[in-house]
Write a protein that binds this ligand. Structure first.
Ligand SMILES: Nc1nc2c(ncn2[C@@H]2O[C@H](COP(=O)(O)OP(=O)(O)OP(=O)(O)O)[C@@H](O)[C@H]2O)c(=O)[nH]1
Ligand SMILES: [Mg+2]
Ligand SMILES: [Zn+2]
Length: 356
């Protein structure tokens, strides 16, 4: 890694620079290229620093306070033991429900401009999964793009594009092949202007392969033995930010096994803008599209304009989001109660001491 790094090549924006200036000048600005729970690799103008997060950040770990890949952070402490003091406010953050813990979110990546939702064409892309990922991405503030990979293995990539486009209104759908190079230049164009682009999608969909093709060198290990059912071991195990020689930054991620919805109702509505548009024609403003008279959504389904599965997916994801939002509220109430109790105790103690 080069010793001196220009922060612009790491994707520094005016907004982040302005945020950084609000903090003491003796802290060093850098970008997290890789994070684990206990420490993070941070690229700074002086080179790579491996820092521990300050106690204050660890305390907020459950609320996404720890640095994640893509974060802009301010580092203090001495050179031998860098301490991450501040995680600057995220412009965008992709959050899914933490699969290991109830009512907790997991930030997959921060300050991302664009997300490549990467799926193998296979026997047709997994539409339900793409719908989930689209909802999370729309909610994050980043822009989604669907990338259907392994076109060389498909007889009819066009059909795959059409079915993916049906679940991705307003979202570009691309087809790529790492073997023939098809579609790679289109994907490369998204990196122009120093954009930060993350790849998400199931394991084996060819994320790391695409990273290598775009980088023009083997930065990432890819699965060596071809697994015909597309399942099996995950090759990539860490999320990592990679500045590309030609400009722009890619974040490669391990394939996700599960994409649980988070508090992402707004993202869901954006991901299902087709249903929202039809719903504007429903006679009742609060139409639930379940047999009400004058329902434009059901009329569109009957006319074959809107697939029934779209409405089914929307309902399912909506219910999941409602459930997780209730869990989040409940946890917030419990946390508040605990904090109130702690405060009451402290006050009591204080007066007891005064009385003595
Ligand atoms: N035929 C063909 N094979 C591909 C293509 N892209 C990737 N592969 C193969 O698919 C397998 C999986 O690719 P990876 O890039 O490791 O997949 P990944 O999405 O990074 O997987 P994880 O790191 O486990 O999440 C490898 O054997 C690749 O060689 C493609 O466009 N065409
Ligand atoms: Mg990989
Ligand atoms: Zn309706």
């Amino acid at each position: 890694m080069a010793d001196l790094v220009d922060l612009a090549t790491l994707g520094l924006s005016d907004r982040i620079a302005a945020l950084a200036r609000q903090h003491p000048g003796d802290l060093t600005l850098g970008r997290v290229v890789r994070a684990d729970r206990g420490f993070a690799f941070v690229m700074t103008p002086a080179g790579m620093a491996i820092g521990r997060p300050a106690t204050r950040l660890v305390k907020d770990a459950d609320d996404g306070g720890l640095p994640v890949v893509g974060d802009w952070v301010l580092i203090g402490g001495d050179a031998s033991e860098p301490l991450i003091e501040v995680v600057l406010e995220r412009a965008t953050s992709i959050v899914r429900r933490d699969p290991g813990r109830a009512a907790r979110g997991q930030v997959l990546a921060a300050n991302v401009d664009l997300v490549l939702i990467t799926h193998p064409i296979g026997d047709g892309p997994n539409l339900a999964r793409i719908e989930r990922e689209l909802a999370l991405v729309w909610d994050s503030g980043a822009r989604p793009v669907v990338v259907l990979t392994k076109a060389d293995e498909s007889d009819d990539p066009g059909a795959a594009v059409r079915s993916a486009a049906e679940v991705a209104p307003g979202v570009p759908v691309h087809v790529t092949s790492a073997v023939s190079g098809e579609g790679v230049d289109e994907i490369r164009s998204y990196l122009s202007g120093g954009a930060t682009v993350v790849l998400i999608g199931p394991s084996g969909s060819g994320k790391s392969t695409l990273v290598n093709v775009l980088a023009g060198e083997d930065l990432r290990a890819t699965r060596e033995v071809r697994v015909s059912d597309g399942r099996g071991r995950h090759t990539t195990v860490s999320r990592e930010l990679l500045p590309l020689p030609g400009g722009g930054l890619l974040i490669d991620t391990p394939g996700l096994r599960a994409v649980g919805m988070w508090d992402s109702a707004e993202g869901l509505d954006q991901a299902f803008s087709d249903i929202a548009e039809y719903a504007e024609g429903c006679r009742f403003r609060d139409c639930t599209h379940t047999g009400e008279p004058g329902c434009a959504v059901e009329a569109a389904i009957a006319a074959g304009e809107l697939p029934q599965r779209r409405l089914d997916s929307y309902r399912e994801l909506s219910a999941e989001i409602q459930h997780v939002t209730e869990q989040i509220d409940m946890r917030a109430r419990q946390d508040r109660k605990r904090e109130d109790k702690r405060l009451a105790k402290a006050i009591k103690q204080y007066y007891r001491q005064l009385g003595r």
